[in-house]
Write a protein that binds this ligand. Sequence first.
Ligand SMILES: [Zn+2]
Length: 287
Amino acid sequence: MAGISGLPVVDHHCHLSPSGEAARAAGRFREAGGTHLFLATQNYEGKVPTDLDAYRRQFETTERLARDVREASGVVVYVVVAPYPIDLVRAAETLGTGAALDLHRRALDLAGAWVQERRAVALGEVGWPHFPVAPELGAASREAFRHALEVARDVGCPAVVHSPDLDAAGWRELDGEARRAGVPRHRVLKHYTRARLDPALGVDIVPSYLARREVVGEVLAEPGPWFLETDFLDDPARPGAVLDLATVPRRAAAIARRSPADAERLAVPFVRSVEEVYGVRPEVDGR
Ligand SMILES: [Zn+2]
């Protein structure tokens, strides 16, 4: 078995689908040395939810996938749920912006309830579109995001943000928004971060880095918290759209072969950041 003795190996953001590889992909993750997955929900029915029941079904599917993965591979799965930010844009086409925003807020409240019931560990993905939208929809998206931050604050959980790539001004703006909403430090995470977050910016947002070799090399010495992720989509129609689910354990194993000192640094994304941000300690069972 590849991997690093004693350390868990954590992919901080992936998706699985009942119509994709699902537990088989998790099996590959395990084979490569992976131990813990943060599994974010996604639309499974080929269309955007237009009522709260559709979100309930969607979250339940994510929960079922998590259970299947645990049973099939022994990988520990943390569930992350929220209405996807782009859903608001699509739902507005049929419901109108006002009703779509109202549904989105209620779906965020539902996600918050799941966290309170310990069926999920965080809200995600929340945020705003990564492409230009009409001003009315842009404003509605920002309002929905503010509501997401309030829910995260009220239930006391992290919020995993979907957004365009951020420049220095963008990081500061997001940081300011998190502060204004009263979300504690290190509880807002930027998923799909593709370039090193400059510590000199002094923001309290936690980067979840796409596990590409160059980025990992650049951030390995950072004190954290920070995470590694693949954003694996498990979509047969889009193979290679993002990194494969085996990437994080393979990257970790390559680092361990190259340098034991660097391998120790992986305790930052795989243990200490999980503890600091999520308040849980990822354990490994006697491997
Ligand atoms: Zn994602």
